[in-house]
Structure formats: structure tokens, C-alpha cells
Write a protein that binds this ligand. Structure first.
Ligand SMILES: O=P(O)(O)OC[C@H]1C[C@H](OP(=O)(O)OP(=O)(O)O)[C@H](O)[C@@H]1O
Length: 272
């Protein structure tokens, strides 16, 4: 196989195996090429991936060494994407009763989900994450997007127990939006003690749902790697959570004027 042909397949392999350690011998065998040629290929791929902000290619020496590709986007690219989606969200026909806005078209678009997944994953590059947690229903596509980029499983918390979940662990939580006690449940098979869990959801108002998921992480004897939401909505009361990252922030919704004021979330507005 010529170097140019090898580079195409090599690049494709890395893109399709994010965050997976693959040995140089595997590539040497695959391409019937010397490890020195494989290493030279990697220098080229690494440089181009860096220059075009596709992600990072790390090589690790030693017996258990190899190469790992981690998809990534730059801060600049992340902010550009967030601004594009913010413009979409400002459309007045999205206003729903109760201070929510219609997001399903945005969160139903595979391209947007891939971008949202990359933005959230970008905030946790270099951090150990073993699982993504979200709550049914609208958080699920976001969790799936982040989990496929980080190549870790995602677990779905429910508000109503299902027999198909087997034994479950439940917690009560204060829902800030409705200021009443609610319950959420997760199959006991979902997480193992000590796992580092990233919580994601589509939307936050009072923060009670996120807080409930934080207490679930604790009940499973797991560690909280972080909390990220696609958008935080306007909320007048005392928020039940403060340590979260948001991509977008809805500052105000004026039903009469049918206007939504959307700005960039704290990922972009708070000190890194
Ligand atoms: O910050 P809080 O005040 O707790 O509210 C945020 C909740 C409410 C809403 O879910 P729902 O629309 O109730 O449920 P689903 O996602 O199934 O549509 C949203 O997806 C978050 O999960």
C-alpha cells in the first residue's frame, strides 16, 4: 500500500475509533509497513489534525503503548457553533407556556447533536469520565452524542420505574420549577461504585432535576465528573444547583412580545 493510500485508511481508522488505544504493531501488520513508517505517518496525521482542529493524536511508548485519537474542537470553534445555535433559538415561534421553549428540532438534528456533543466533551478533555448520566427524555440524544465522542456508555434516569430496568435505586428531589417533591429512578445495573459520572441534560430551570441526578451519583457511590446542560432557562427563584456548565443561556422570554433573549452560556462567559 502506498503511503498516500495508507494515510487515507489510517486517518479513517483513527476517526472511527475515538479514545481507543491501538498499538503500532496493529498498524504495522494492517499496512504491512515498518513501525518507523507508521510513526512517520502519525507525525503527518497529528500535524494536520492539529492544524485543522479535528482533534489530538497522542502516542504512548512502551509495551502497552500505542496511539490514541481524541476528537476535539477549539475554544473558537466551540463558541462559533454555540453562537449559530443561539441564533436558531432566538426564533419567537419557539415560546411554550411555563417558560420553556421548543428545542426538539434543534436537538433532533444529528449535525447539531454532534456539535453539542463535541462542545460538552471539549470541556472535559483530559478528565477521567466513565459514564454519562441523563434523564429521560429530551436529555437522551445529548447524552448519546457526548458518550459516542468520549466513547463511554450513557445511563438513562427515569421519572417512572419500569419493569424492564430490573432492581432500581430511587431518590426524591425538589423540582425547582414545580417546587414539589418528585422521584427519579435508575437501574442498579447502570453504574458501579467509584465510576466518574458526567451528568448532562437538555434544559435547566430551577436545577432540581440536575440536583436529583447529583444525589443519584452519590447514592451509587460514584464520583461526579461534572454537570453540563445545553441551555439554562430564566429562573427567578433560588437555583438548586450552582456548579454546572451551560452552552446557552435564555435570559428572558417575553410571551407578549414573543421574543426570546438567548446568550452564550457560562462555558463562554466564566473564567476557565
Ligand atoms: O431544572 P428543572 O426545574 O428541574 O427543570 C429541568 C427539567 C425539566 C425538563 O424535562 P421535562 O420536559 O419535564 O421532561 P422530558 O425531558 O421527558 O421532556 C428538562 O428536560 C429538564 O429535565
Amino acid at each position: 500500500m502506498k503511503r498516500s493510500e495508507r494515510l487515507v485508511d489510517f486517518t479513517n481508522y483513527l476517526l472511527n475509533h475515538p479514545r481507543k488505544l491501538t498499538t503500532l504493531s496493529f498498524f504495522s501488520e494492517r499496512y504491512k509497513a515498518a513501525k518507523s513508517s507508521i510513526s512517520e505517518d502519525l507525525v503527518i496525521i497529528k500535524r494536520i489534525f492539529d492544524e485543522t482542529e479535528v482533534g489530538t493524536v497522542e502516542t504512548f511508548a512502551g509495551v502497552s503503548g500505542g496511539v490514541v485519537f481524541t476528537p476535539a474542537i477549539s475554544d473558537k470553534n466551540s463558541q462559533e457553533i454555540a453562537s449559530e445555535i443561539a441564533a436558531l433559538m432566538g426564533e419567537s415561534n419557539r415560546i411554550l407556556p411555563g417558560g420553556y421553549i421548543y428545542l426538539s428540532d434543534i436537538l433532533g438534528s444529528p449535525k447539531n447533536l454532534d456539535k453539542i456533543g463535541k462542545i460538552i466533551a471539549h470541556e472535559y478533555v483530559g478528565k477521567q469520565i466513565d459514564a454519562i448520566m441523563t434523564i429521560a427524555t429530551k436529555g437522551i440524544p445529548i447524552a448519546q452524542a457526548v458518550s459516542s465522542i468520549l466513547d463511554v456508555p450513557f445511563v438513562i434516569v427515569r421519572r417512572d420505574p419500569k419493569v424492564t430496568e430490573g432492581a432500581t435505586l430511587n431518590v426524591n428531589y425538589m423540582s425547582g420549577s414545580s417546587s414539589k417533591v418528585e422521584n427519579m429512578t435508575l437501574s442498579k445495573r447502570s453504574l458501579a461504585p467509584g465510576q466518574r459520572v458526567l451528568i448532562v441534560d437538555d434544559f435547566m430551570k430551577g436545577g432540581g432535576t440536575l440536583n436529583g441526578m447529583k444525589s443519584l451519583v452519590h447514592e451509587f457511590d460514584c464520583l461526579l465528573a461534572g454537570v453540563a446542560v445545553f441551555a439554562e432557562g430564566p429562573f427567578k427563584g433560588e437555583r438548586l444547583i450552582s456548579d454546572y456548565k451551560s452552552i446557552l443561556k435564555i435570559d428572558s422570554i417575553d410571551v407578549e412580545k414573543r421574543s426570546i433573549d438567548v446568550t452564550l452560556g457560562n462555558i463562554y462567559t466564566e473564567e476557565k
